[in-house]
Design a protein around this ligand. Structure first.
Ligand SMILES: [Zn+2]
Length: 155
């Protein structure tokens, strides 16, 4: 099985939540919200295309295509995991920006003072920032919820 470093996705417009989840797991995922036709073919190069459209599934876009049938983001995520045989060891959770897909890196606590709410700065010690959009991440209840969902995903 290829690890999160090698698997790259492009997800079509209807799969915004799934895109976010794949980024949470650490997969390089382009969300092709406004991309269609020729441009989609270009964007999909070297990536696995995730689609809910039968017409697109049958077109010769991307080397590999996964047809997503569920409406529910968690079930969609499970479809991808099962289709590729992704194991828990293959993922790199919380290593990528959920907003823009760039990698995030550790940042010194002092550097984020004034950029996060005061009570967060006072109660948290580990901060990460996106190398592209500069969004700041810290461990919070949403991380715990995501960990629970990841546990359920690989059960
Ligand atoms: Zn970002």
């Amino acid at each position: 099985m290829d690890s999160a470093n090698e698997i790259r996705f492009v997800a079509e417009m209807t799969l915004g939540k799934l895109s976010k989840w794949l980024r949470i797991l650490g997969f390089d995922t382009v969300y092709a919200a406004n991309v269609a036709g020729e441009k989609l073919i270009d964007t999909a190069k070297g990536r696995i295309l995730l689609t809910r459209t039968k017409r697109i599934r049958n077109m010769n876009i991307a080397k590999e295509r996964i047809f997503i049938s569920s409406n529910h983001p968690f079930e969609q995520l499970r479809e991808v995991v099962l289709a590729l045989g992704i194991a828990k060891e293959d993922i790199r959770p919380f290593s990528r920006c959920i907003q823009c897909n760039a990698s995030i890196r550790w940042v010194e606590k002092n550097a984020v003072r004034g950029k996060v709410p005061d009570y967060i700065w006072e109660t948290q010690d580990a901060f990460h920032t996106c190398s592209h959009c500069r969004r700041i991440y810290w461990s919070g209840s949403h991380i715990q919820r995501s960990r629970d969902i990841i546990k359920r995903l690989f059960k």
